[in-house]
Design a protein around this ligand. Structure first.
Ligand SMILES: CC(C)(COP(=O)(O)OP(=O)(O)OC[C@H]1O[C@@H](n2cnc3c(N)ncnc32)[C@H](O)[C@@H]1OP(=O)(O)O)[C@@H](O)C(=O)NCCC(=O)NCCS
Length: 237
């Protein structure tokens, strides 16, 4: 009985969240959203599955989650804890793991993973605080905490804690805004990281061009020895 009343309340709030945060839902009836928004359907199915899971009902929670996944493309483990006003836009490809915890007013887009990093047990999925937005394709891995009000950019890979009210982008995810202000400092240049493989390919390509030019000019042999690279021994020691 209480499960049914909780679900009725959640229906209203989850539909309201879609109307408030999806520009495409403006002027659309609640019933139409309920019938055709896969993200909303997945969340509502999860709320039922989670209630049954917590009540210790066997099998049924996973059956509901599996059915919801096949209809919506959103996979939420029945054990995941999800706060009110949660909105998944578009939905397809979202995966939310068993020990993930999501606060209130969180928005995520298609292709987001709240996953683990390996085969560890116990708490192994992210905790997402209130009012966080997670862009499409972002991967949040491990038992990390994403501070309230933060934004995670599309396709970002997050494996460390995210401070509150930050904007984190890139792979690896790094803050570009904290408290609305641009991050300054010597470690902030993530765009110009060294790329040893690209450097090696460029050197090789320069050498091939030089060798080709030399054979065209009738010069052969060791006129163009490989550039000697000095650096740490990759074998260690
Ligand atoms: C991360 C995001 C929330 C940032 O929004 P914002 O707070 O307005 O921040 P800005 O647009 O000012 O971007 C801040 C910086 O991050 C960079 N950036 C923004 N999004 C990025 C991303 N996904 N990947 C890499 N860099 C990104 C910007 O170029 C900017 O860099 P700068 O400081 O060098 O100028 C937004 O860009 C985003 O990715 N939203 C997800 C949207 C989405 O998934 N839509 C799917 C619709 S179907």
């Amino acid at each position: 009985m209480s499960l049914i009343s909780v679900t009725a309340g959640e229906i209203r709030r989850d539909v309201a969240a879609a109307k408030a945060r999806d520009p495409a839902a403006k002027g659309v009836w609640a019933l139409e959203i309920l019938l055709t928004w896969p993200g909303v359907q997945a969340v509502l199915a999860h709320r039922v599955a989670h209630g049954l899971y917590r009540a210790g009902v066997p099998l049924l929670p996973r059956l509901i989650a599996t059915l919801a996944r096949s209809i919506t493309g959103v996979e939420i483990h029945p054990g995941a804890t999800i706060g009110p006003n949660f909105f998944i836009d578009h939905g397809m490809g979202v995966v939310i793991g068993e020990t993930a915890e999501i606060g209130a007013d969180v928005t995520i887009y298609q292709g987001v993973t709240l996953g683990g990093t390996g085969f560890q047990t116990g708490k192994r999925h992210p905790t997402v605080e209130d009012s966080v937005t997670i862009g499409s394709g972002a991967k949040l891995l491990g038992p990390i905490r994403v501070g309230h009000g933060s934004k995670i950019g599309a396709n970002t890979v997050v494996i460390h804690e995210v401070p509150p009210r930050s904007t984190v982008v890139g792979n690896p995810g790094h803050p570009v805004r904290v408290e609305g202000r641009r991050v300054e400092g010597p470690d902030a240049d993530w765009v110009h990281l060294p790329d040893p493989i690209a450097d090696a390919l460029k050197r090789l390509s320069r050498r091939v061009e030089a060798v080709e030019a030399s054979t065209e000019n009738g010069v052969v042999g060791d006129e163009f020895p490989a550039e000697r690279q000095v650096g740490p021994n990759p074998a260690g020691g």
